[in-house]
Design a protein around this ligand. Structure first.
Ligand code: HEC
Length: 146
């Protein structure tokens, strides 16, 4: 096969891929079960988490244009599924207290070691960058409540 032919096949594949859109439906949110209602965090904490975590860990995901472009869309969908599976701030109140505390402890840990929010994500989302002072506030609050 010539290089030109391979290139053409790749272009066709990328075009065909676009017909497979990922599921971006937003499940309804029950206000009383949200993290905000259940844990009653100070506004500063809630704002920081919404900016840095909610795209992957809640039903309040924002979808910029590139999330509609395959294969990026497939990859992002995987991240959101993985993130919501471990921790979903929109259904936080449905968990028992022990699991809630465990997750809040994990949140403190993930933020402290810099594993969350993922670095690649922060590079694309400036608003997800957490200042050192805010980081300290978050870690202390999560530890106090877990
Ligand atoms: C780009 C998507 C994304 C963002 C943004 C994100 N996470 Fe995650 N998070 C994931 C994925 C995927 C997993 C599951 C795989 C893993 O642990 O790496 C996860 C796992 C976790 C876990 C569970 C760890 C475990 O294994 O039990 C916690 C706790 C967590 N994230 C907290 C946070 C917090 C707090 C923020 C914001 C400061 C955040 N995440 C931002 C994608 C994300």
């Amino acid at each position: 096969m010539t290089k030109k032919k391979i290139f053409r096949i790749i272009i066709v594949l990328i075009i065909v891929m676009q017909f497979f859109q990922t599921d971006k439906s937003k499940p309804p949110i029950e206000e009383k079960n949200t993290f905000a209602a259940e844990a009653n965090p100070p506004q500063e904490i809630l704002t920081a988490l919404k900016d840095a975590c909610y795209d992957c860990h809640s039903y309040e995901t924002k979808y910029p244009w590139y999330t509609y472009v395959a294969p990026v869309s497939f990859w992002i969908r995987g991240h959101i599924k993985g993130g919501r599976g471990k921790l979903n701030f929109s259904t936080f109140g449905e968990m028992n207290e022990k699991d809630q505390k465990h997750l809040m402890h994990e949140c403190a840990e993930m933020i402290e070691v810099g594993h969350m929010p993922p670095k690649g994500y922060v590079r694309l989302h400036n608003e997800a960058y957490i200042e050192e002072t805010t980081k300290t506030v978050l870690i202390e609050w999560f530890n106090k409540n877990s």
